[in-house]
Design a protein around this ligand. Structure first.
Ligand code: NDP
Length: 338
């Protein structure tokens, strides 16, 4: 496997808690970090054993020993930072949401294609062993024709993350944070495109959030399939779940809307209920990195491609617009990405 040498754009929690360990577990090196503040870059680099700490993107991107870049800054910075990394000829793993507009996300996809670099999105759910089990059951016809999907992804936002996500800033709020993940998971299950989105959102947390911290969304996919999601930063004691209902059966996956390789999958049909074994319990981010490595080596595709990340974003942006306007919003995908 090609060893990658990563530069981090964003001195983030997710890089510290999940991705730096995952890069190292994959046998890669993490060379340096870019932060908006030089002193923060230095303290972050020291804490995580990185050689390079800078507040100058060019200093990171000009280094020939960095072959791949992981973008995990706040959502408003993903587009510009990923574009700069692509321009510098680096392979890019970008956090979700890819950008704040669908056009920007597709511009990143196009730029990566022109530059001949791998561009992937760190949507961890579609590659999870549980989710792939659900995808396989649906693909194999275990529930007949899909009719509906229900996602419960209402959690309590950890105290350490109660910053920009709760602010009325571009990229803040639960829809771009969580609904975007749901869309990546549902899109990977349903073969038809998302068409129309209706969302109702509010702020209900004791923190007096300036952004939506709760949203309920309904998405109409092709062939009349409906999907429904409940996303929240405010719910402390609920289990997450993913259900897919079809003409001849139902799948209920419990505890699977999470960053950890946990949760159960159950199928009910005319033969009664049964647990479906989940064979792959590997770390979700290691799965992402395995796909990324395969794509860099030329023998595979990323777990979630840029086009797929843009499609998840399109659904989330439609939900955001619907919640703001109190109207249903059509999802417009580029013809090549529908
Ligand atoms: P953080 O708030 O930890 O980091 C985002 C940015 O905030 C950092 O890049 C940093 O800016 C700044 N920052 C963070 N902590 C501090 C601090 N103590 N003092 C000053 N500035 C600080 O965000 P997350 O790690 O939660 O999320 C980062 C990205 O990753 C988001 O796009 C999010 O959507 C995504 N994400 C994805 C997950 C997944 O499973 N795929 C899970 C969690 C997040 P600077 O770099 O300028 O220092």
């Amino acid at each position: 496997m090609t060893k990658l040498r990563w530069g981090l754009m964003g001195a983030s929690d997710i890089a510290a808690t999940r991705m730096i360990p995952a890069f190292r577990a994959a046998g890669d090196d993490v060379v340096g970090v870019l932060s908006g503040k030089a002193d923060r870059a230095r303290s972050y680099a020291t804490a995580h054993g990185l050689d390079v700490a800078t507040d100058d993107a060019a200093e990171l991107l000009d280094r020939s020993d960095i072959t791949a870049v992981y973008v995990s800054s706040t959502n408003d910075k993903h587009h510009a930072q990923a574009m700069a990394a692509i321009d510098a000829g680096k392979h890019v793993l970008c956090e979700k949401p890819l950008a704040l507009t669908y056009a920007d996300a597709m511009a990143m996809v196009d730029a990566a294609e022109r530059a001949g670099v791998v561009f992937a999105v760190n949507h961890h759910l579609p590659g999870a062993g549980t989710h792939r089990t659900v995808q396989r059951l649906v693909r194999d016809g275990a529930i007949g024709t899909p009719l509906a999907v229900r996602v419960a992804h209402a959690v309590l936002l950890p105290e350490r993350l109660r910053g920009w996500r709760l602010d009325a800033v571009p990229g803040g709020g639960v829809i771009l944070d969580v609904t975007c993940h749901d869309a990546s998971a549902i899109n990977a299950i349903l073969p038809m495109p998302p068409l129309v989105v209706t969302a109702v959102a509010t702020s209900q947390g004791s923190w007096g959030s300036g952004a939506y911290d709760t949203a309920m969304t309904v998405i109409r996919y092709g062939d009349g399939v409906l999907a429904q999601t409940h996303d929240a930063f405010t719910i402390g004691f609920a289990k997450t779940s993913l259900e897919v209902h079809g003409t001849s059966g139902s799948i209920t996956a419990t505890g699977v809307m999470t960053q950890d390789p946990v949760g159960e999958v159950r199928l009910v049909d005319a033969n009664g209920p049964r647990d479906i074994p989940v064979d792959d319990r590997r770390d979700l981010y290691q799965i992402i990195l395995e796909g990324f490595h395969a794509a860099v080596a030329g023998g595979g595709r990323p777990t979630v491609t840029g086009v797929e990340g843009a499609r998840a974003l399109a659904v989330a942006l439609a939900a955001q617009e619907s919640a703001d306007s109190r109207r249903p919003v059509d999802v417009h995908l580029a013809p090549t990405a529908a």
